[in-house]
Design a protein around this ligand. Structure first.
Ligand code: SAH
Length: 222
């Protein structure tokens, strides 16, 4: 990512995107404001400035993707972020979702398994360090989470999970919320919101189908 001019026409495209997201059913004003505030074109190559405000996923380095804005808004809305929430994100990717969470006042702990993507995370500090000092990046396997920094108020998985990883569930606070797309087939995931009850069991809510890149085991050096 890099900071480039946030030209007037890009701000305009962003407003259009917010309007589209509203039409598609995103209703949380704070989430819409976050989308309006964070320049998504910072997270893509400058050649793609205009495309950055189309509501679609886009390839980034290491064969990964920046999630579709609707997906980011949808997952963020389900998380019900409150200022100061400790949030664990699995799948840093482009850092766009990370920035949206931070702009809602979350303390974000985000894990990426692709070394090439993790190596770009210093750029976040350059661009957003002053604005969002409470973001920490980790190179590791998201299936393991961050046991030393647990428990978390919220956990968001931004890759297609084969199941709900037990270590992550254990790192969620009671009354905490996990938003996770779980495989229904090889290509489609069901978005779930799991709220941890006092007895450690989950209240399970099921939403639409989405399509994510897979959550993979271990770390990649490539
Ligand atoms: N939140 C990102 C979405 C990127 S796509 C964004 O807004 O751009 C999903 C990301 O999850 C990819 O970068 C992929 O490398 C990463 N990922 C997949 N499996 C993982 C794992 N086990 N641990 C950490 N990251 C993982």
């Amino acid at each position: 990512m890099r900071k480039t001019e946030d030209a007037y026409f890009l701000k305009g495209l962003r407003k259009q995107l917010v309007k589209q997201l509203k039409e598609k059913g995103i209703s949380d004003i704070k989430v819409l404001e976050a989308i309006d505030t964070i320049p998504r074109h910072y997270f893509l190559d400058p050649a793609f400035n205009k495309i950055a405000y189309e509501d679609r996923a886009f390839p980034i380095d290491a064969n990964q993707t920046i999630s579709q804005p609707y997906t980011v808004a949808f997952q963020t809305e389900l998380l019900k972020i409150k200022k100061g929430d400790k949030v664990l994100e699995i799948g840093t990717g482009s850092m766009y979702q990370t920035a949206i969470l931070a702009s809602l006042g979350a303390k974000v702990f985000t894990i990426e398994r692709q070394k090439a993507l993790f190596d770009q995370t210093y750029q976040f500090e350059q661009v957003f360090g002053d604005q969002f000092p409470d973001v920490q990046f980790f190179y590791g396997d998201g299936f393991e989470g961050l046991p030393n920094l647990a428990p978390f108020d919220k956990i968001i998985i931004t890759a297609a999970a084969p199941n709900v990883p037990v270590p992550l569930w254990d790192q969620l606070k009671v009354r905490g919320i996990m938003v996770i797309p779980v495989d229904e087939s090889e290509t489609v995931q069901r978005m779930l919101r799991l709220t941890k009850k006092k007895d450690g069991m989950a209240k399970r809510e099921s939403f639409d189908e989405f399509s994510f890149v897979p959550m993979l085991q271990g770390k990649s050096q490539g």
